[in-house]
Design a binder for this molecule. Structure first.
Ligand code: TXE
Length: 484
């Protein structure tokens, strides 16, 4: 029997006001595991009323230390329930439990701990003049909307929730309708931590309904969105007339640049992780590998062999490297891109098809890790975000060529550069049109650094002081001293 998940509005569990529900499908088994409220504008209105009331209550006068205390309690509780959170994340997404246990849930805990520390040590500016003193105070934005995707559900929701709480906002969160469970557990944990009712409201539902109602609601003064670029454009257009603060973290088609002088073993394993981590469904995934001609053949051979050696299947098995992708529809999309690549002259050197699995996983949304060569930067397969376990490998001749190819796409989120030459590392990194570059590593994160993209990968930065600034309004107060 499947579970019934609820919204959390004003500290209360609630069904959608219209009584409608949506099925939550486990992509690994293609079975319904729960139902969620299919909320609409009325539910968002109710959440706004609760969030507005909470903004006027004790939350308004809470100290930074008190809010940091809440964040730490939340982190500790998630840590104590790590196994339960990881299992839930795996069931909703199809990702290996081991990945959820080692990456998703620990990172969610780290998000709360990090912003607890950040708010404790936060400071604002003071600008003195001969006859006056300016000091800056930060105020909460007010009610903020957090809209998050399905690929890293708790990880990304907490990346927004922790700084929003730290700065004293009240929240209306809408997780992806495909991955509702850990957000619901989080609402429970926040409530149990003693955060006042109405500070964190969770509303489930479809993007075009509940999500759209958040973006278009005039009382919601800021929206932080992570998701697809097309949806991001729609969110930006809807939010603009209300002059909301807006943070958009969107798609990527990130290049992994591998130079002749790299450590080949490390480059192959790094590129493999960048290509296939989380079934290739991370906005930072290195889905375009560019390899210098001197090591091209050796790289392709090693990379392809290792890709073929990855184990696809049962997300609960410790030996599984690749779980299910998010849905049958998404698997179909990935599969269609293989056909596109073939039409464009690409050669599928690994994967390219659904694996044959038995038992409960026979109908799951699995796809083999796929490697495609013989394509160039004019192809759709190297330009469009697939967001699945599919990677292309292209050849380049020199640094100019590599930078040119890397920068051809509409996206500009991240890149990784693999080289033994410090000069190449610095010079190439500086020429890449991306918000982030990793050298001889990938997804090596320090939560203080700016995170975000350029071009169609988004607007704004998250992380450290960037998040604290987004979730606050700076007010300058100038005190005149001149008459004395
Ligand atoms: O994301 P959507 P989808 C990319 C990836 C993927 C594609 C589409 O290429 O294949 O986006 O994925 C909510 N107003 N990424 O369709 O639709 C929605 O309910 C307000 C990259 O799943 O962008 C969900 O909560 N909200 C990405 C959230 O937006 C709306 C991660 C994201 O869903 C809305 C995920 C609307 N009109 C997908 N429509 C990354 N950068 O990591 C939808 N939503």
């Amino acid at each position: 029997m499947s579970a019934t998940l609820t919204n959390w509005i004003g500290g209360q569990k609630q069904a959608a006001s219209a009584g409608k529900t949506l099925d939550n499908i486990c992509p690994a088994t293609n079975t319904c595991i729960s139902t969620i409220p299919r909320s609409g504008a009325v539910d968002i209105d109710n959440a706004v009323a609760a969030a507005r009331k909470a903004l006027k209550g004790p939350w308004r006068t809470s100290t930074a230390a008190e809010r940091a205390g809440y964040l730490e309690t939340i982190a500790n509780t998630i840590e104590a329930r790590l196994e339960e959170f990881a299992q839930a994340e795996s069931r909703d997404t199809g990702k290996p439990v081991a990945l959820a246990k080692s990456v998703d849930i620990p990172r969610a805990i780290a998000n709360f701990r990090f912003f607890a520390g950040a708010i404790r040590h936060d400071e604002t500016g003071c600008h003195s003049m001969p006859d006056a003193i300016n000091y800056t105070v930060r105020k909460p934005v007010g009610i903020v909307g957090l809209i998050t995707p399905w690929n890293l559900p708790l990880y990304l929701l907490t990346w927004k929730t922790a700084p929003a709480l730290a700065m004293g906002n009240t929240i209306i969160a809408k997780p992806s309708e495909l991955t509702p469970t850990t957000a619901t557990l989080l609402a429970e944990v926040i409530h149990e931590a003693g955060v006042p009712a109405g500070v964190f409201n969770l509303v489930h539902g479809l993007g075009q309904e509940a999500g759209q109602a958040i973006v278009g609601h005039p009382a919601i003064r800021g929206v932080s969105f992570t998701g697809g670029t097309t949806t991001g454009a729609h969110v930006a257009a809807s939010a603009a007339p209300h002059f909301k603060k807006l943070s958009l973290e969107l798609g990527g088609k990130n290049a992994t640049l591998v130079f002749d002088d790299c450590d080949l073993d490390k480059a192959v394993s790094g590129a493999l992780r960048a290509a296939f981590a989380n079934q290739g469904q991370i906005c930072l995934c290195g889905s375009r590998i560019l390899v210098q001609e001197g090591i091209y053949d050796a790289f392709v051979e090693r990379f392809t062999n290792q890709a073929k050696g990855l184990t696809v299947g049962d997300p609960t098995a410790a030996s599984t490297n690749i779980g299910a992708v998010i849905s049958q529809a998404h698997r179909d999309k990935v599969e269609q891109y293989v056909a596109v690549a073939r039409e464009e002259g690409g050669t599928v050197v690994a994967g390219g098809k659904r694996p044959t699995l038995n038992g409960p996983f026979a109908d799951g949304a699995f796809f083999e890790p796929t490697v495609i060569t013989d394509v160039d930067e004019t192809c759709r397969i190297t330009q469009e975000e697939v967001f699945g376990p599919l990677v292309t490998i292209q050849r380049f001749s020199n640094a100019d060529d590599a930078v040119r190819i890397a920068n051809t796409v509409r996206y500009g989120l991240s890149a990784s550069v693999w080289t033994g030459n410090l000069d190449t590392a610095h010079k190439v990194s500086a020429r890449l049109d991306t918000g982030m570059v990793w050298v001889n590593t990938w997804l090596h994160r320090d939560l203080r650094v700016p995170f975000g993209g350029v071009k169609d990968s988004g607007v704004g930065r998250e992380g450290g002081t960037w998040s604290l600034e987004f979730f606050s309004e700076a007010q300058n107060i100038c005190v005149y001293l001149g008459d004395n």
